[in-house]
Design a protein around this ligand. Structure first.
Ligand code: ADP
Length: 218
């Protein structure tokens, strides 16, 4: 089961990836998470990516494509993966096509997370992310989280913070970059078999059951 998630920032791709990963053991390939990990480890890729990400701009295609090529060729991806956050530009879409062909892989399902700009802005600005396991919650949910809950990746509770690019100043820029550079590639995938437009304004559980139903038919 190889899945591609398309959609604007804040549309719930990361949340659904985690739910599918937990239930079906798929490998979650999030380029954003990979870059944040590289930044935390101060690697060369991380250093290259940081200034672009902080400004809400895209990291240059060559850097992202190299990263995905390395990751997708890994043995763990053979049993199924979810691509989340790649491709985001036309050259990336072309590179993915070639890469999949060379690895003798195919995308079984392509989900487009559709959501209005108003909801995106409010979701992104109130989003908090765990530094260790990348779990995402809203400011409202944060208040109600039981203190006994522990992080999936570290000892003790999750360590939630606001990503620099989720600040009110950067959110508008990210949505603009998405509309200019990523929205145009949706048209290309729309014509592909396995494409489904999903209403991403429903609850995480409701979106998840739409995905599961589609995956069962695929
Ligand atoms: P979101 O989906 O919430 O926008 P991500 O965590 O997927 O956030 O990505 C955060 C940032 O990482 C992007 O704004 C961009 O700077 C960089 N990035 C991630 N994926 C790509 C990509 N495929 N191409 C270029 N930049 C990327």
């Amino acid at each position: 089961m190889n899945i591609l998630f398309l959609g604007p920032p804040g549309s719930g791709k990361g949340t659904q990836s985690k739910m599918l990963q937990d239930k079906y053991g798929l490998v979650h390939l999030s380029t954003g998470d990979m870059f944040r990990e590289a930044i935390a480890k101060k690697t060369e890729v991380g250093m290259k990516a940081k200034s672009y990400m902080d400004r809400g701009e895209y990291v240059p295609d060559a850097v992202v494509i190299d990263l995905i090529r390395d990751r997708l060729s890994g043995p763990d991806c053979k049993s199924g993966f979810i691509l989340d956050g790649f491709p985001r530009t036309e050259p990336q879409a072309k590179a993915l096509d070639e890469l999949l062909k060379s690895l003798h892989m195919e995308l079984g399902s392509i989900f487009f997370f559709d959501l209005s700009k108003e909801i995106l802005v409010s979701r992104l600005s109130s989003r908090r992310t765990c530094r260790n396991c990348n779990r995402v919650v809203s400011v409202d949910q944060l208040k109600d989280l039981p203190t006994s809950e522990s992080c999936a990746k570290a000892s003790g509770p999750c360590d939630f913070y606001q990503r620099t690019d989720d600040s009110a100043e950067v959110v508008g820029k990210r949505i603009e970059v998405y509309q200019n550079q990523t929205a145009p590639i949706i048209g290309f995938y729309e014509k592909t078999s396995g494409f489904l437009r999903v209403d991403a304004s429903s609850s995480p559980d409701a979106v998840f059951s739409v995905l599961e139903k589609a995956l069962k038919k695929a």
